[in-house]
Design a binder for this molecule. Structure first.
Ligand SMILES: [Zn+2]
Length: 146
């Protein structure tokens, strides 16, 4: 019998509240949103009321797609220590009608191209740092699909 307890285990905490990391490590992390039962509008993360029709019935939680398209992007040349620059920061449209900000990998930031608009990307997650309690901090990133 060992005295190691689950409470001392490292946790995986999302860097943004709209990224959910299932307890079961076999399940993939995913983005989630809130869907209005009255008009069907979808919002990223939690909402207490619909921003489209104003309905205040509790919104329904929905699992968002892990694939989307680049709506707009910019190349970031200045960043915090520990993060490589330049990199491509984008707003990605998901098929549910919501947009999410994310960094896109698999494109050459030195050669930005108008062809990047509308490019299909897929979400993945990566540990970006360790928090003060020793837990992994997990971020959602995107890579280009061929
Ligand atoms: Zn609504």
């Amino acid at each position: 019998m060992t005295q190691e307890t689950a409470s001392e285990e490292k946790k995986r905490n999302p860097i943004v509240p709209f990224l959910r990391i299932p307890e079961d490590p076999k399940q993939e992390p995913y983005l989630w949103g809130s869907k209005c039962k009255a008009c069907g509008a979808v919002f990223l993360g939690e909402r207490i009321a619909c921003g489209k029709c104003g309905d205040t019935d509790p919104l329904e939680e929905v699992h968002l797609s892990d694939e989307g398209e680049i709506y707009v992007f910019s190349v970031v040349h200045q960043t915090v220590p520990g993060l490589d620059a330049p990199y491509v920061a984008a707003i990605i449209d998901l098929p549910e009608g919501v947009s999410v900000r994310g960094n896109v990998y698999g494109l050459d930031p030195e050669k930005p191209s108008p062809e990047w608009f509308g490019k299909k990307v897929k979400m993945y997650t990566e540990k970006v740092r360790t928090d003060r309690e020793g837990n992994d901090v997990i971020a959602a990133k995107f890579r280009v699909l061929n």
